[in-house]
Write a protein that binds this ligand. Structure first.
Ligand code: TYM
Length: 331
């Protein structure tokens, strides 16, 4: 049986990179698969969080996911800390994972920066918790953006090691699903950095809460070169900012990069940017409107998460029981 699992941190706003790289695929996959999506608050505390801001962030991320098209009638949507199996399985899996594997994770190196000794242990073991998220549901497919590729390879290694260590065939090896023209959306200010919630410059990203004026301004100010757009994808080589804007257009319109260039090749950015902003506003405005409405109804958001947690536990707890038997905790 095919089962999808994915997660998102409830820190900061949902941005265009999250939406085009991952969430849109989640929305499509909820019909073709049994789909489980998680607001990963346990992951969020690997770096300091203000409790009141985190509490609000969990509800806002839930609202943003619902506004983007997740439907609790067609998928399970829940909050990670409400299902204790995640933390417990993470401990078990941390005994199968190897220090050397975790030491090679580029995201830990980036996030811990120069102060490696001062980073939390949780930031180091973060990918083990991510593996537990996936394996607690025996998920077979994991839709993510390109930046999660290494973490998913690790999840496969951990699943394999556990199976081998205990001579069982308990965990399927999860397949990353990294698809579409927008698996890695870059910052609007720097074509070599990924668009991210943690970028100190708000102008670097499009938030799903930005209104039409903010979107138009950010696209207008987006860094580009001075050349016109090429008429074929090969002409984007060595032009990361141009390639990024074209990829965003392709993803928003659900067409290929080649299609975008057939229509816009030869145009300068003075012409292309307003066209891009228009398409972006048309896609995002309905989502923003739904998001604003949903945020007012915290009782509904809490009900969705509580219902999702009950359904998630019903799948994850029997898996943990199998793990306990495999290890010898129970017979
Ligand atoms: P997070 O919260 O950083 O991002 C959520 C999803 O958005 C994707 N993404 C992007 N895609 C394209 N371009 C970008 N600029 C961009 N920025 C973010 C991410 O790849 C991700 O799919 N560790 C994960 C959360 C997680 C998880 C899991 C994912 C926890 N457990 C289990 C899958 C399975 C994270 O921090 O995602």
């Amino acid at each position: 049986m095919s089962r999808v699992f994915s997660g998102i941190q409830p820190t900061g706003n949902l941005h265009l990179g999250n939406y085009l790289g991952a969430i849109r695929n989640w929305v499509t996959m909820q019909d073709a698969y049994e789909a489980i999506f998680c607001v990963v608050d346990l992951h969020a505390i690997t770096v300091p969080q203000d409790p009141a801001v985190l509490r609000r962030g969990i509800r806002e991320m839930t609202a943003a996911l619902l506004a983007s098209g997740l439907d609790p009638a067609r998928c399970i949507l829940f909050q990670q800390s409400q299902v204790r199996v995640h933390a417990e399985l993470a401990w078990v899996l941390s005994c199968s994972a190897r220090m050397g594997w975790l030491g090679r994770m580029t995201q830990f190196k980036e996030k811990s920066g120069k102060d490696r000794e001062g980073a939390s242990v949780g930031l180091f073991t973060y990918p083990v918790l991510q593996a537990a998220d996936i394996l607690a549901y025996k998920a077979t497919h994991v839709p993510v953006g390109d930046d999660q590729k290494q973490h998913l390879e690790l999840a496969r290694d951990i699943a394999q090691k556990f199976n081998t260590d205990y001579g069982v065939d308990l965990f399927p090896l999860p397949e990353p699903v990294i698809q579409g023209p927008a698996t890695r959306i870059m910052s609007l200010r720097d074509g070599s950095a990924k668009m991210s919630k943690s970028d100190p410059s708000d102008a670097a990203r499009i938030n799903m809460t930005d209104d039409a004026d903010a979107i138009a301004q950010k696209i207008k100010r987006a860094r580009t070169d001075d050349d016109a757009l090429p008429s074929e994808p090969a002409g984007l080589a060595g032009r990361p900012e141009a390639a990024n804007l074209v990829a965003i257009m392709a993803a928003l319109e659900n067409v290929s990069v080649a299609d975008v260039l057939t229509r816009h090749g030869g145009q300068g950015f003075g012409q292309f940017k307003p066209a891009l902003a228009d398409v972006m506003v048309a896609v995002l405005a309905p989502i923003t409107a739904r998001f604003t409405e949903l945020c007012k109804d915290t009782a509904y958001l809490d009900t969705v998460l509580a219902g999702g947690a009950v359904r998630a536990r019903a799948i994850a707890e029997p898996v943990l029981a199998q793990v306990h038997r495999a290890i010898g905790f129970t017979s």
